[in-house]
Design a protein around this ligand. Structure first.
Ligand SMILES: [Zn+2]
Length: 143
């Protein structure tokens, strides 16, 4: 049921390591909190120099929106986690949660799939997108 798919050469070419979906969304939520703080801080700095109340409230509003968005994202992660499948990673022998047809082990970054038709294929995030995955599969059949 559980299979390892090849990582592909792209992963070596670009230093950017693929991480599991849940980890990536979590990084986004954290980044949003920092963005919110920076935006609010900028608002204060701008208010100090321009004394513009309008600008200040605008930045404060933007910062608050970013905070709310980050909470929404955290809530979304919680919802996703309930739908995630817990699997035993064949590479590091630890349990990890995966989302969709293809995901990456959160502990050792090994690409995993629950779909036997994807076994042995190069890992691609597009396998989780219905439209893109169809295109990918047609391409691999043509080869
Ligand atoms: Zn692993």
């Amino acid at each position: 049921m559980l299979a390892v798919i090849n990582q592909g050469d792209d992963y070596l070419k670009f230093a950017k390591k693929p991480t599991s979906k849940i980890n990536r969304i979590r990084t986004w939520a954290l980044a949003l909190i920092f963005i919110a703080m920076i935006v609010m801080y900028l608002g204060v700095v701008l208010f100090y120099y321009t004394k513009s109340q309008l600008l200040f409230s605008l930045f404060l509003l933007l910062g608050t929106l970013a905070f709310i968005l980050s909470f929404v994202v955290y809530f979304w992660i919680g919802m996703l986690s309930t739908r995630a499948v817990t699997v035993l990673c064949p590479n590091c022998n630890q349990y990890t949660k995966m989302l969709g047809r293809a995901d990456i082990c959160a502990r050792c970054n090994e690409p995993l799939t629950l779909d036997p038709t994807l076994a042995g294929k190069t890992f691609d995030q597009d396998y989780n997108n219905k439209r893109k995955s169809k295109k990918l599969e047609q391409e691999s059949e043509a080869e």
